[in-house]
Design a protein around this ligand. Structure first.
Ligand code: PA5
Length: 446
């Protein structure tokens, strides 16, 4: 059994191996702060031992609930935003057939809502759901977030109208705080099946709780293997040496690069199935690290697509960036480029090669060009897109995020900056309780 692995050789130059080695005591201290729960935000460290402490009973309950939804629904809409949505979306996209929506044998489809307030998005979704047997997984840790609350109000009303309250209640599952919040109250009153998001697990670290596991199971994927991979990485990332602990090495290297002036990290993939993994990673690192005037700005690109858009900037723009490449060793399928007798397109020189061989040369050629252009490059190798390796990858990034945040000197587990837009939005919408803020913000409107 292989593992995901990290290669930092091509990140060296501006920072040396000696620089990174010299950071080991500091990185170790931050690892210990995460493991021992002695740092800022230590009441949000429930994710650290989550893989090893998740009980079989919980996994069985999630699988049974998923099976029940699958047996009754053509479509299940997972409603949530931020950490209550991106992890499930990332894993499902990574494992799914790229054209699943167009297959006739597609089984139960997972769609997402509550991650935006787009009127057209919601209207078009409801239009589609009119013709489908559907269910809802509504996810909100706080139980009060506006975006998912709006989507849930609309879809709940629709489901009750179409199927009656009893069937609707059977097809709605709520994932929220054990005691607090409007969603908990509503779920109790309506008699929905519920799962709990523990107090000590923050949204962006919650993909390995029912928040991510239930939608992933409904989509038909093996959550036991996902947790198994995470457990493997939980064990590996306790080690105090770079050679054994990829999370420690990644956290130290990105901090060394940041301190040398590399302020932006671009997560790069060469497999479109990983687009949402980049989105999940950006949320995890952006919300965890961007505070107190500090933080590596997390960006992402999908190559080779984006080599034809962002490639110019990355090769030639301001030299404040470094790249971390997610490289999948073996694709699921095999496709060989055929020979063409006329060779009018001039492609016979690659005839007989797998498409992935060409993709790998695009990756290698890009790495050499970007490193030559002053863009340090880390590479994370993923043997294949399976549940087990995705579980490893998720836990690897979570653990590295905790270590890295402490190395930056911030509390990686809060998100005070997210509240500002909410306060203004509520004031503008004249939410009860915001009267003073409403009066104050009026003078700011042009
Ligand atoms: O990481 C976080 O804490 C946030 O991104 C939340 O997940 C997001 O704001 C959604 O919050 P909630 O689950 O309370 O609706």
């Amino acid at each position: 059994m292989k593992n995901i692995s990290i290669d930092i050789r091509h990140a060296l130059g501006r920072v040396t191996e000696a620089d990174i080695k010299a950071m080991l005591p500091e990185a170790d201290k931050c690892l210990d702060t995460v493991e021992s729960g002695t740092g800022a935000g230590n009441d949000f460290l429930g994710w650290v031992k989550l893989p090893s402490e998740t009980t079989d009973a919980l996994v069985d309950d999630i699988c049974a609930t998923a099976q029940q939804l699958r047996s009754e629904c053509e479509v299940v809409v997972a409603i949530g935003i931020g950490g209550s949505y991106l992890g499930a979306k990332a894993v499902i996209e990574a494992l799914s057939d790229s054209f699943a929506a167009y297959r006739t044998d597609k089984g139960t489809q997972i769609l997402f809502a509550g991650q935006n307030i787009g009127e057209d998005y919601l209207n078009e979704l409801m239009n589609l759901l009119e013709t489908k047997k559907f269910g809802i997984i509504v996810i909100s840790k706080s139980g009060t977030t506006t975006e998912p609350a709006i989507a849930f109000r609309l879809l709940k009303e629709m489901l009750e109208r179409k199927e009656g309250k009893e069937v609707a209640a059977r097809r709605i599952v709520a994932i929220t705080d054990e005691h607090r919040g409007a969603l908990r109250k509503l779920a109790t009153e309506e008699g929905y099946k519920t799962f709990v998001i523990a107090d000590n697990v923050g949204g962006r670290f919650s993909v390995l709780t029912p928040v991510g596991l239930l939608p992933i199971a409904v989509a038909g994927y093996d959550i036991k293997a996902l947790l198994e991979g995470a457990r493997e990485m939980e064990a590996a990332t306790r080690a105090t040496e770079y050679a054994e602990n990829p999370a420690l090495l990644y956290a130290a290297t990105r901090n060394a690069l940041y301190r040398s002036g590399k302020k932006i990290e671009i997560m790069v993939n060469y497999n479109p199935k990983l687009h949402y993994f980049g989105e999940w990673w950006k949320q995890l690192y952006g919300e965890s690290e961007g505070k107190d005037g500090k933080g590596i700005f997390p960006a992402s690109v999908d190559n080779s697509t984006d080599l034809h858009s962002m490639g110019q900037w990355i090769q030639d723009g301001e030299r404040t960036i470094f790249e971390t490449v997610l490289s999948v060793e073996t694709p699921v399928h095999t496709t060989v480029i055929p020979t063409d007798a006329d060779n009018l397109d001039g492609l016979n020189y690659i005839a007989g090669k797998r498409v992935d061989q060409v993709n790998k040369m695009a990756e290698l050629g890009t790495r050499i060009a970007h490193v030559d252009g002053g863009v340090p490059n880390m590479r994370i190798s993923i043997p294949a897109l399976t549940e087990q390796y995705l579980g490893q990858l998720i836990y690897f990034f979570e653990k590295a995020c905790g270590i890295s945040g402490y190395m930056l000197g911030v509390n990686p587990f809060n998100q005070p900056g997210v509240e500002d837009y909410k306060r203004n939005m509520f004031a503008l919408l004249e939410k009860p309780g915001y009267e003073e803020a409403t009066a104050a913000i009026r003078s700011r409107i042009d």
